[in-house]
Write a protein that binds this ligand. Structure first.
Ligand code: NDP
Ligand code: MG
Length: 386
């Protein structure tokens, strides 16, 4: 009898995906991969299929999928493609927990399909909750499935809430490293290059989230993610800069007690915690040594120079389809910045412009969310950037 937990990973070749597979590798007596999906990294996906032997795999386009299927004819794996492939995995694959580790709003539909199929979701893909949290959270409640956070701050909060009553929480304190440009003014950031923005002081992550950390849009997305995950008001989510990234986040309770989760920055801990919750499994790696830490410092976030965070609070306060506009404009602007077509500050300028142009839709359904995404893309495309 096989009673391993079966997991499906969307985004298996990325930063979170490969670290998830590392956790599976170290716990092969308890975890088993049954489905893997990636965008276009055919070589790495083939390697992963050979090592983990899933029943089904998926790539973004049909040509790549066919090529991969030909390469793995010696194995019993079916290769699907595109959004239909991701949805087929979410709906029909043989798994217990879906790990959503793709980047961006493409995570919405497969995540919802998994919940509808009654599966638990270990969620790294924050863009999904930011844009569709109002649909996903009630759906998960209705289906009686768990959404387990992988984002380190939200995992920290989730750990701090263990055994506590949600109604006794007074505040969530999200910590931020401040990114590579902490302390800089807008003038000083005007000419920063892609390479500078990709140098995160504490974490090695995918390219998009690394840029989001440099603009502090990442923290803005995380504020919205926290609001949905922990069912708190926006005013109960506070951001504090803690440049050493030792405190991963905190919760303040109504009696004034504050619980914090600390550790060295290593995404494998929140990933493993999500996969084994409520069990804490062993995990090797560097430990915090308080004799060597000279200081843990705190700063207020700089909302004037880092508009990304201020605009996120604004988008969240307006609600409805506005967080989608905030997120979609950011997704496109980040991709333009990474392709060196716009400067660093233009990222938040474009978000602001898209938000100003948008007519809010209250309580948008999935097709309206996806239409709002296209609206933000069209607005930026229409600017005829070089
Ligand atoms: P990466 O860019 O490293 O990985 C993205 C993954 O998505 C890759 O496997 C990529 O495949 C895959 N992908 C891209 N397009 C498609 C597609 N059309 N269909 C299926 N898969 C696709 O991102 P990260 O791992 O850094 O981030 C993933 C998510 O987790 C993001 O939402 C991010 O905000 C969040 N997150 C990440 C953290 C981190 O430490 N990295 C921390 C907290 C949250 P391919 O390689 O083929 O392109
Ligand atoms: Mg985070």
């Amino acid at each position: 009898m096989n009673n391993k937990k079966r997991i499906a990973i969307l985004g298996s070749t990325g930063s979170i995906g490969t670290q998830t597979l590392d956790i599976v590798r170290r716990n092969s007596d308890k975890l088993q991969v049954t489905a893997l999906a990636a965008g276009s990294n055919i070589d790495l996906l083939e390697q992963q299929i050979r090592e983990f032997q899933p029943q089904v795999a998926c790539l973004n386009d049909e040509k790549h999928a066919k090529l991969l299927q030909e390469r793995v004819t010696d194995l019993k794996v079916e290769v699907l493609f595109g959004m239909e492939g991701l949805l087929a995995i979410a709906r029909h694959a043989d798994y217990d927990t879906l790990v959503t580790a793709v980047v961006g709003m493409m995570g919405i539909r497969p995540t919802m399909a998994a919940i509808e199929a009654g599966k638990d979701v270990a969620l790294a893909n924050k863009e999904t909750l930011v844009t569709a949290g109002h649909l996903i959270i009630p759906l998960a409640k209705k289906m009686g499935v768990s959404i387990l956070p992988i984002d380190s701050e939200h995992s920290a909060i989730f750990q701090c809430l263990n055994g506590e009553k949600r109604g006794e929480v007074s505040k969530i304190i999200l910590t931020a490293s401040g990114g590579p440009f902490r302390g800089k003014t807008r003038t000083e950031m005007a000419n920063v290059q892609v390479e500078d923005a990709l140098k995160h002081p504490n974490w090695a992550m995918g390219r998009k989230i690394t840029i989001d950390s440099a603009t502090m849009v990442n923290k803005g997305l995380e504020v919205m993610e926290a609001k949905w995950l922990f069912d708190v008001d926006l005013d109960q989510v506070e951001v504090v800069v803690q440049p050493q990234s030792l405190i991963h986040s905190m919760v303040e309770f109504q009696d004034g007690a504050i619980m914090a989760q600390l550790g060295t920055p290593d995404m494998r801990l929140p990933i493993q915690y999500a996969l084994f919750y409520p069990t804490r499994m062993p995990l090797d790696g560097e430990r915090v040594d308080f004799k060597k830490i000279r200081q843990i410092t705190f700063e207020e976030p700089d909302l004037e120079n880092f508009r990304g965070l201020a605009l996120a609070y604004e988008a969240a306060r307006i609600g409805g389809s506005m967080p989608t506009i905030y997120n979609a404009a950011n997704e496109m602007a980040v991709s333009l910045f990474l392709n060196r077509r716009i400067g660093f500050l233009a990222i938040t300028d474009l978000i602001e412009e898209a938000m100003q142009a948008h007519q809010v839709i209250k309580n948008p359904q999935v097709d309206e969310i996806l239409a709002a995404e296209q609206e933000a893309y069209a607005l930026i495309r229409g600017k005829n950037l070089k």
